[in-house]
Ligand binder design. Structure first.
Ligand code: WT7
Length: 642
């Protein structure tokens, strides 16, 4: 079966087939991949436990699909183009042949360091080719990778390492981001004070900042490579994996205080990321594809590494930030490498739009044929700017809706094939069966309606469990509504049947495309010795999408100097979670609005944070209604006050 729908009629036919005969459909899609042994059974599932198995009995290695099978036809074609933080540093190109060589070499390094199939490996690296190499080397030997985004704190790394009992950490001395360098190894050292399971740390040289290297534990990446070279660079045949063996863990935030390890398995994830990449972007051989995400997030896993590489694409990876040396950097990269497809995030689009059109004008964007967006709703103003200034009105925009848990796109236009509509993720891709339900779980049918977005049938890329806690997976995604996967998002289906995601309906914030749980931020704020309690809500932010607004009840130390108190709290949050979770606004209050049973009335706080205090609803059930007036009077306006 073809991976790409070429016309809207094709799409409709494929979609109907995928709903009528999902197993036949997915078996046909899976035929486009290389399996050591085919499956006995395409799918067995129930959403009750949940227990979901795709391609059971099949034997496969995803790196054979991403690398080995391309060598004959595409061996000398670029697999990865790497653009460094500093535009004056040389860029790097790794052909498929070279990338395979490096992955095999590093697979040998992993073996030499005692890593076996099933072991967990934590990666805390900057956006350099070695991150992709390490990810693929883990997959090649069947070790489970857990990539931690470079913006997380030592405490966050430690929590993730301990939850997955990682044996090995791979990091770098430091990383470059714009004018900053981040001392990654130092942060890892702080984390490892709490981690008993870690036996080895492999350190890549990037910034050559001084680092502590602990005898018996820490080794340099470059030294380990030399050892493999003296062994004669033996080939490393890919480990044979079951389709349902775990490929990786990726931690993400939910509505409780503790991030959960989303587990993706091998066969289904491979098929799903490869298929959705090929179809939604209509990838053509030779096109240069640039996804601006970080590999520390699911977007980087699925659509910098696995999806594009399994399709023999050229994937451009960028180490730096869009605003440095100036806000024209992404467009310089497009011109320099003749990028055809650029896949980015609404927050980046909005901030570049705000920087001014002078950074786009005069840039050669003639190579661009397709545009993509992910992470949050792409508001209409940003959609039009992206379309006009970057796509010059001729590049379709695919607004891809999906989640860490879904592995790949769920609802998305197909470039040039389905229509587009600003603000809309549009239509489900083949194999995806969305339904809208009301609070009681009753299906909302028809068009021109809104509800909570659920999926009623499994798709190959969906999560299988949360690491070490299957019950939590059941509770979070499969227990709100019987027999449905609940996304946590609200959604509108317009008169044409097109889907528009309206945002989270749970206590999860989306700040610059980073997913942050309000409970997590509250826990972090409450760690400060002078904080009594706190409540965190989101508010609309023109660039970040959502900003973090914290209401804090503080002790007497903090009442002396509020500005210092704010800084104290920010430091605390940065230590516990990472700088990405620092509140934009901190309002000190004498109490929080609570019901008589002690529940915080977040609805009221949300309204105040949004700047809409005209109608706060019924406050008569509050323990102390007076506190609301005080909070209203002290509400912080503007974009940022911390
Ligand atoms: C949440 C998932 C999937 C990779 C990036 C984020 C929101 C994501 C869209 C979109 C509207 C979107 C949802 C979702 N979201 N893409 N195109 N339109 N909202 O992954 O960190 O797992 O966050 O991001 O609210 O639930 P994530």
């Amino acid at each position: 079966m073809e991976l790409q729908d070429k016309t809207f009629e094709d799409y409709q036919k494929t979609y109907q087939h995928s709903v009528d005969k999902p197993e036949e459909f997915w078996a046909g899609i899976a035929e486009n991949f290389y399996w050591r042994r085919k499956w006995n059974n395409v799918l067995s599932w129930n959403f009750k436990e949940p227990a979901i198995k795709w391609f059971e009995g099949a034997k496969v290695n995803i790196t054979e699909n991403c690398l080995d099978r391309h060598i004959y036809n595409l061996g000398d074609k670029p697999a990865i183009i790497w653009e460094p933080n500093d535009p004056n540093e040389a860029y790097r190109v790794l052909s498929y042949k070279q990338l395979l060589g490096k992955v095999e070499q590093f697979a040998n390094v992993l073996k030499n360091n005692g890593i076996h199939k099933g072991d967990r490996v934590c990666l805390y690296l900057p956006m350099v080719p070695e991150l992709a190499i390490a990810v693929l080397a883990c997959a090649r030997i069947g070790a489970i990778h857990s990539v931690v985004f470079g913006g997380f704190s030592a405490q966050s790394i430690a929590d993730r390492i301990n939850d997955a009992t990682c044996k090995l950490v791979i990091t770098a001395d430091g990383g470059f981001r714009g004018t900053k360098t981040i001392d990654l190894k130092n942060i890892v050292d702080d984390a490892l004070v709490q981690c008993k399971s870690v036996e080895r740390v492999i350190v890549l040289t990037r910034t050559r900042t001084p680092v502590a290297m602990l005898k018996g534990r820490d080794v340099w990446w470059e030294d380990e490579i030399k050892k493999v070279e003296t062994q004669g660079n033996p080939a490393y045949p890919a480990e044979e994996m079951d389709a349902e063996d775990t490929l990786f863990i990726l931690y993400t935030s939910g509505s409780t205080g503790k991030p959960k390890g989303v587990v993706h398995t091998t066969g289904g994830y491979m098929v799903y990321t490869g298929y959705t990449f090929s179809n939604a972007f209509q990838y053509q051989p030779g096109e240069v594809y640039f996804c601006t995400a970080d590999i520390g997030w699911i977007t980087g896993h699925s659509y910098i590494i696995y999806g594009p590489l399994s399709q023999g694409a050229t994937s451009l990876m960028f180490e730096g930030v869009p605003s440095w040396p100036d806000s024209g950097r992404l467009w310089d990269i497009v011109a320099k490498h003749r990028v055809n497809i650029i896949y980015t995030a609404p927050t980046a689009i909005r901030s570049l739009m705000a920087a001014g059109d002078e950074y786009v004008e005069g840039k050669d964007l003639s190579s661009i044929t397709k545009l993509g967006s992910v992470g949050e709703p792409l508001n209409e103003e940003a959609w039009h700017w992206f379309d006009e200034k970057i796509g010059k009105g001729k590049a379709p925009i695919v607004d891809t809706y999906w989640q860490t848990e879904t592995g790949g796109f769920l609802i998305s236009p197909i470039a040039g094939v389905t229509p587009t509509k600003p603000g809309y993720a549009l239509l489900p891709l083949p194999g995806v069966q969305p339904i809208l339900v009301d609070e009681q779980g009753a299906e909302i049918t028809g068009n021109g309606v809104s509800g909570n977005l659920c999926i009623k049938f499994p798709w190959p890329g969906m999560l299988r469990t949360t690491w070490g806690d299957h019950e939590r997976c059941r509770q979070t995604y499969f227990s709100t509504y019987e027999n449905l996967y609940f996304t946590g998002d609200g959604c509108l289906r317009d008169e044409s049947g097109y889907y528009r995601i309206t945002g989270r309906v749970d206590d999860v914030l989306n700040v610059s495309g980073h997913r942050i749980g309000t409970a997590e931020v509250e826990n972090a704020i409450n760690m400060h010795s002078d904080v009594v309690e706190s409540a965190v809500v989101g508010y609309p932010h023109p660039v970040k999408g959502q900003g973090i607004y914290a209401f804090v009840v503080s002790g007497e130390h903090h009442q002396i100097d509020t500005e210092l108190a704010r800084q104290d709290i920010n430091k605390t949050v940065a230590r516990i979670i990472g700088a990405i979770a620092k509140p934009d606004k901190i309002q000190f209050v004498s109490g929080l609005p609570k019901t008589r049973s002690g529940k915080i009335m977040r609805r009221i706080l949300r309204k105040i944070a949004e700047g809409d205090t005209s109608n706060l609803g019924d406050t008569s059930t509050l323990l102390d209604p007076e506190v609301v007036n005080e909070i209203k009077a002290g509400a912080l306006t503007g974009e940022k006050t911390s």
